[in-house]
Design a protein around this ligand. Structure first.
Ligand SMILES: [Zn+2]
Length: 276
């Protein structure tokens, strides 16, 4: 499952290949994704329109067009995007192809088809935060994501801090690995009820979350540098994890063997001594 840093890197990789290109044609094999693909509406909104920018919101890739419409792509579990010369043969599980006026083709590949492709008209794009992204919390790099915001939201709540930061209504894009790593670096016990965190702890957590995600994006930047004809291989970036997957190994700070438990069914790694 691609996480926020990977989606961010994909957006960075796509920008030089897609921005300023005009979409001249769209092909679709009619296989359903997680939601039905409204290919007629997609054609009507974006054929012969030019791509002006590419943005990320939560784990969605937003491709903005010069008429104000937005193509919204979610990669689900196994979705992948690539840009190829138009004449290169399609790969198995290539479901949608957008032909560009420079002769390249932008392709969506998805083995398990849990991804989704939506189109928002110009009017729908304008209200996207109140409709399409209504249940999405703030961005971790956004100005809204602060210690005060979390402190207020956590008042009287008993949910564990790990579940809380992984809840996309609280903040988007913090998956299991990044939650584990951030809590370790902030020195916070993952199963601590959120009502018991102090303001300095929230401040430390907000800072580490930003740092951990930014580091992952930097690590990934080199992984997907050659996006054109990129292989369909994917995986987590070669980031150095301090605790994730390291149960029983010595804590990088105090050498105590790291512990493992489950919180809300998700593997949780922590140091009993360093995290409080
Ligand atoms: Zn430790």
């Amino acid at each position: 499952m691609p996480e926020l840093p990977e989606i961010e890197v994909i957006c960075q990789g796509l920008r030089p290949l897609l921005v300023d290109q005009m979409i001249t044609q769209i092909a679709y094999n009619n296989k359903p994704l997680r939601n039905p693909v409204d290919i007629e509406k997609i054609r009507k909104e974006i054929v012969f329109k030019r791509i002006t920018s590419i943005e990320r919101r939560a784990k969605y890739i937003l491709i903005l067009m010069d008429n104000g419409a937005t193509l919204v792509i979610h990669l689900g579990m196994t979705g992948n995007l690539g840009v190829f010369p138009q004449e290169s043969p399609l790969a198995k599980h290539d479901h949608v192809q957008w032909t560009l006026n420079n002769g390249n083709q932008f392709r969506y590949n998805d083995i398990r088809r849990f991804g989704s492709i939506h189109i928002l008209s110009a009017a729908e794009t304008e209200v996207r935060e109140d409709t399409f992204f209504k249940t999405s919390g703030p961005e971790p790099f956004g100005t809204q994501f602060t210690a005060n915001y979390l402190l207020k939201l956590a008042t009287n709540k008993k949910v564990t801090v790990k579940q809380f930061i992984m809840d996309s209504k609280v903040v988007v894009g913090i998956g299991n690995i990044y939650a584990n790593e951030s809590l370790f670096r902030a020195g916070i016990q993952p199963d601590k009820p959120v009502k018991d965190l102090s303001k300095p702890q929230w401040q430390a957590l907000v800072q580490t979350i930003k740092k951990v995600l930014r580091h992952a994006i930097e690590c990934g930047g080199s992984t997907i540098s050659n996006f054109l004809n990129a292989s369909q291989e994917r995986g987590y970036f070669q980031m150095n994890f301090k605790v994730y997957g390291k149960a029983g190994q010595p804590c990088p700070q105090c050498k105590t063997p790291l512990s493992k438990s489950k919180i809300a069914g998700r593997a949780t790694f922590y140091c009993n001594k360093c995290q409080r």
